[in-house]
Design a protein around this ligand. Structure first.
Ligand SMILES: Cc1cc2nc3c(=O)[nH]c(=O)nc-3n(C[C@H](O)[C@H](O)[C@H](O)COP(=O)(O)O)c2cc1C
Length: 363
């Protein structure tokens, strides 16, 4: 199952595992895939600490770093941005604390999490730190990577990946110097477009004209990995599948909710970040759809508004509003098991599926 992308990244298997949890990332890398650390929420110091640990825990195997750098931004100054959040929105979120009995952050205005702005200044610090650790890949979510990312990565021989949700995005990514396209279908967890993986991947492969494509969205077992390889992808980019592994640091209450959910229990909503995020449908998400609820703000304002609340829900596992970004494969998530076991099952399942399809060819 080696593809040219495996060779370029030094992988044994065409599996890229995205997670915000370092233990999952290290496990994927140690097993021959590429673990990619979701670092969007980390300050430069925190990122340095995480990558120092990851350097040790990945046992010399390659890993990647994913940064969330919006192509367009409303600005970098947290206080100026905060001033743009309407009182109506603050009052609505305040009411959600009462309604769902969510513990209040000690001081939301001074809480670090409240003012983490995904601006360029912070992104440039993150890029410097990430590249000092020599990852094999730097990925940029939310649009083509800015030139300061591409130039700095290429100077050090690091590949740059960019996420696309529609074939029209491909020329912008190629013009920006992206080395690996991640074609992400609507069924994926996290920020998604509207086109399914099955429809999107071949279109992106054709438009990419030789630039390698990884397929994301809807890969929950080896059959789905084999399917995206058949569509022309050179790796599967997998996020949701790791959420219920033992290594995942999600609160147990959330893991249990994910295990109980079906593939119809996710929804694309702008309530988390201001852009459409596929996530578990919860009473908290539904509250944003109710008559009288304010429309979510543009990013990063919505994120600044709700992040302290989501952090408190996640920390204490407040059961009613607790949720997570997750894709439609939530319906096939298995009982808690190790990332290593999940990884091996995906590899074996893909090999079996490829054999099965080969067997269909008449001798
Ligand atoms: C909990 C969660 C958080 C995510 N956060 C990010 C992120 O910060 N940056 C990013 O590029 N993608 C993020 N994603 C998307 C993943 O990188 C990946 O593209 C997606 O999970 C693939 O589809 P799947 O969920 O069907 O496996 C996230 C996905 C999940 C499930």
């Amino acid at each position: 199952m080696r593809t040219p992308l495996c060779d370029a990244l030094g992988l044994e298997f065409p599996i890229i595992g995205f997670s915000h949890c370092r233990d999952v990332v290290a496990a994927v890398s140690r097993n021959g895939g590429l673990g990619v650390l979701g670092a969007g929420g980390l300050d430069a110091d925190e990122l340095h600490q995480e990558l120092t640990q990851l350097d040790a825990e990945s046992h010399g195997r390659p890993y990647g770093v994913d940064l969330v750098i919006p192509a367009k931004t409303l600005g970098d100054d947290p206080e100026l941005l905060a001033a743009q959040i309407p009182q109506e929105h603050r009052a609505f979120v305040d009411g959600l604390y009462e309604r769902f009995a969510i513990p209040r952050p000690p001081d939301p205005r001074s809480a670090k999490e409240a003012w983490r702005v995904r601006g360029r200044r912070r992104a440039s610090e993150q890029v410097d730190v990430a590249l000092a650790h020599r990852p094999a890949l730097v990925a940029c979510a939310l649009g083509p990577p800015p030139s300061f990312v591409v130039d700095a990565a290429h100077e050090r021989g690091v590949l740059v990946a960019g996420l696309v949700g529609a074939p029209e995005h491909v020329p912008y990514q190629l013009a920006a110097g992206t080395d690996v396209l991640i074609a992400q279908g609507t069924e994926a967890g996290g920020h998604t477009g509207e086109i399914t993986t099955l429809v999107l991947v071949p279109q992106v492969v054709d438009a990419a004209a030789g630039t390698p494509v990884a397929a994301a969205g809807g890969i929950g077992d080896g059959r789905q990995l084999a399917a995206v390889l058949a569509l022309g992808a050179q790796a599967g980019w997998i996020g949701s599948l790791w959420l219920t592994t033992v290594e995942s640091d999600l609160h147990p209450a959330v893991k249990d909710k994910l295990l109980a959910a079906t593939s119809r229990d996710t929804v694309r909503s702008r309530c988390r970040t201001g852009k459409p995020v596929r996530q578990l449908r919860t009473p908290w998400v539904d509250a944003w759809e109710e008559p009288g609820a304010p429309a979510p703000l543009p990013t990063p304002l919505q994120q600044m508004l709700v992040r302290p609340q989501l952090e408190m829900i996640a920390r204490y596992g407040v059961s009613e509003p607790a949720g997570s970004a997750v894709g439609q494969i939530v319906g096939i998530l298995r009982e808690w098991t190790s990332a290593r076991t999940v990884f091996s099952e995906v590899v074996q399942g893909a090999l079996d599926a490829i054999d099965q399809v080969k067997g269909l060819i008449a001798p």
